[in-house]
Write a protein that binds this ligand. Sequence first.
Ligand code: IPT
Length: 990
Amino acid sequence: MRYVLDRAAYCDAGVIAENRLPARSYFIPYPDRAEAVPAARRRYESPLVRCLSGEWDFRFYPRPAELPDVLDTETVAWDRVAVPGCWQFQGYDRPFYVDERYQFPFDPPRIPEEGPVGPVFSLIGGEGGRPHVAHPVGEYNFAGVYRRTFDLDEREASVGHVISFLGVASCLDLYLNGRHVGYAEGSHNTAEFDIAPCQRAGTNELVAVVRRWCTGSYLECQDMFRNNGIFRDVLLREVTPSGIWDVGVRTRREERASRVRYHMAVDLRLVAESTVRVTLLGHGLERVAEAHADGCRATVDLGELDVLEWTAETPHLYDLILETPTECVRERVGFREARVDGRRFLVNGRPVKLHGVNHHDTSPTAGYAMTPAEIERDVLLCKSHNIDTIRTSHYPPDPYLLELCDELGVYVIDEADLETHGALVGKFPARQNRLTNDARWEARYLDRAERLVERDKLRTCVIMWSLGNEAGGGCNADAMYGLVRSRSSLPVHYEGAIHSLRRAYDVGSEMYSTVERVRSVGEGRSTTRRLNDRPYLLCEYAHAMGVGPGGIEDYWRQIYAFDSLMGGCVWEMADHAVLHPDGRYTYGGDHGEWEHDGNFCVDGILYPDRTPSTGARVVRHCYRPLRVRHLGGDFFMVHNATSFTSGEAFSLRFEWNDGGVAELSCDVAPLRQQSYLVRPTSSVARELGEGLRRDRSRRVTVTVRRRDTGEEVSREQIRLSEMAPLGDVLLARDAAFPEGCEVTGEGLAVAGVMAPAATPVLLCRAETDNDRYLSGGRPMERFYDCRREVLSVVEGEGTAVVTSRLVFPHHRFVCEDTYEAVAAGVLVTSRLHCERGRGDLPRFGVCYRLDASWDKVEYLGRNGESYQDMCEQTQVERVSCRVADMTEPNIRPQESGNRMDCQYVIVSNGEKNVQLTAVDRPFELAVKPYSDEELRGMRHREDEARSGTYVTVQAFQMGIGSGSCGPATRPEYRFDCRRDYELRYLVSWE
Ligand code: IPT
């Protein structure tokens, strides 16, 4: 078939859409009530809806000029691709990751049409992050043409059809049976067209021309892989004679003498005048009302209702059944009210704290396209990690995600598809509000706001609308605010307002603020005055790039202390990276991108395949519903951090490390604290290690489970007494070193067992992502190049003292290592003194090398990756594992796997054991299959080649922070280099 292609709409600033139907609620219609079963994946179940996803014909045009004026589908050499999908993940073009910049010159409203792209100016990202002009080669506004057919029988051809595209990047020119149907942009917004004028009985041919960029791309400069294609489902919907076109519900909550009642009205639009019957069903309630939709509209009042309210903790839903003579829509709806009351953010009249995460629709194998199973997994992962809020950064998600949040109980901050970050960096001087304060763009901004609110207005989980991300402020944001508030009673969030005179909408919001700043807002003392009179959200905080985030608990101490602090959303849920068939992951720059931001996209608490990283464990722990504190003696304080759930919903099991056990049921009310007396009631037999393996501290571990499901929600450990020093008997002096052991200028070697590593004293770690501060500064690098000079080796009877100097570009230290023969082995004392330099000392550790056959590790210490500012998610216990279990599989290898609070470690090759035992206080432990120097050169997982077993005992390592995009490690987790430090441990072997 032949098609005259439209070459104008995508690049015409005056065109946002052609023939696109008005925005409306997302729902799935059925022919009648019997068919309308409430299935989870509804869109695939209805006889009135055909999902057109599957294999489509596809032709990629790397030179848009080669796209013919008249396309003859008979003569095109079609490939086949999957819909939904992104062409960069299907063998066309290539993945391209860039954060804040456009991929084309910033010259609004112009976008590249048929010629090559460039040159592209940017204020950031050049050599040393400086302004530069890039000259991309071979870059065009690529086009992809999709084709598929579908059949309509005589009956079907006689009724109307609407086609719904749930997501197409960046725009869509739709054709059917040789005719142009319409045009749409707004990648993550639904685009619908009436195809009745072009449809026919028999085979229908659908053609979609998708461009890499359109005018709308100026509003889609989000930090993510820049993908293209039809990336969400395509639905073909039959329009029945009295079909339901749009549904909205309005609820009003009334609280009288602690009795809560709701009023509900249902607003309907039908395709033709008809009667309509509305039924609300569930939890023992059935309310029916009927109306006649004159002029296709009806409002059906269901009157006063005594209902169970919906919250993320109690996701009670009802069935709302709408019936016309030809159609039935059965939607799951809940009753909730979200509003701002002075400085408090209330859900159903109660203050809530949002334990949130930012969620992108991202898949390592399909880009923006996520399968229903993947979406389900993401929501379930939120639930199992105590996450109760998703901010849909930075666009409306697949509608299915919201249906699941309704069902399972997750609050949603639903965000418009809008970000203009590149407007800030694409032109000199940098101006945040370039597009957002330019009234010529208003219609496009309003279009995105309208499509957000209209599509998702039925979803109970939405507690706030968000106007977008990082687009500055000004008249267009204000216009969006006005539109949203005119259509919905929900509060409006927009962080970007902070960059305008307005500063905030219904709630104040910032990203990556310091704890001090958050506290000052809580106290109402912020220098940004409009943050002081309303609730405040950290819409992004705790940047989870690489190892981290550290220091998250410090925010929550403030959030729980002040009513006005609503909580926050960790950045972000999952790493973005591309998984290749051979198992490799790649990130920015690995695909030959001419501009990129490296691994800045790898910043999730889950790895790309959704395996939880330590970050996920940190978040799960910090967001736990019940928090336990030791008050002294047998008294413990329980803080119920939920808003609606009594402590009785949980069981608490206390286990002391000497074997004592107690169960506690506590009735602490939501948002309250209460103290309880807890004594061990029974005791389980425990193996109490002897001598060097004895556990020398007292702790209690509290495991909290949900009573109804038995599911564990948290485990926290409370230290009751410090570690006792090693006994005198073990440390009694001996006249000579045991056989096989030798002390040289390098340190202690044990023949056939271990030797000092090439860099025996470690004062830094292989830089984590959070050690590269976005604000500038790289604390590790200053300690990378170490020159070690041995000043003296003094040997006595069963003693040796090695004095060395460690010289760095800006620092100089003297290290004195004393080795003493004692009854149990060799006692090592390392003392560090700074001769020159200032600032932080990242680490003080001593590293030994063993060969790779020493693969078994046993230690008593924290049972997972832990650092000064991210350790509470782990517990001190006895752990047996392999060397490979002692590092974490970061997508970009970096320092990982530290273990805090260790009392000893035993490394074994199956025949022999070597043990390092803490003497007067626990040490931090690292066991790695490669040296820190080797690790520093690694870029991808596959670089992690094993070269031995490296055991490092450390007096300390500084905390992690979230400096890759936010505050660096806080002072309380840092160590001043001008202080003297000591590390003592015992080395023994058998
Ligand atoms: C912030 C963005 O909103 C988010 O999309 C992401 O880029 C994040 O940073 C970093 O990963 S913007 C930043 C300049 C504060």
